[in-house]
Ligand binder design. Structure first.
Ligand code: SF4
Length: 65
């Protein structure tokens, strides 16, 4: 599973980082990006789904292979 953050949609609420700091990092403006090139480690898919569901800007999406 791979995820990405659309920087044009992200408003820097940091919810994703709060819910899944293993998957996201934020810059000094609070804008999020994915760690590990968006690759979600095995067993962390639920956390990725949780972050996706809680992003108010719908900025996080799943990348299809
Ligand atoms: S929850 Fe969404 S809008 Fe907020 S920092 Fe994460 S990606 Fe950006």
């Amino acid at each position: 599973m791979r995820i990405c953050v659309d920087p044009d949609k992200c408003e820097g609420h940091n919810r994703c980082f709060s819910l899944a700091p293993e998957l996201f990092e934020v810059d000094e403006f609070g804008i999020a990006s994915t760690k590990n090139n968006g690759e979600v480690p095995k067993g962390m898919e639920d956390k990725a789904d949780l972050a996706i569901a809680n992003c108010p800007e719908f900025a996080i999406s799943i990348l299809e292979d």
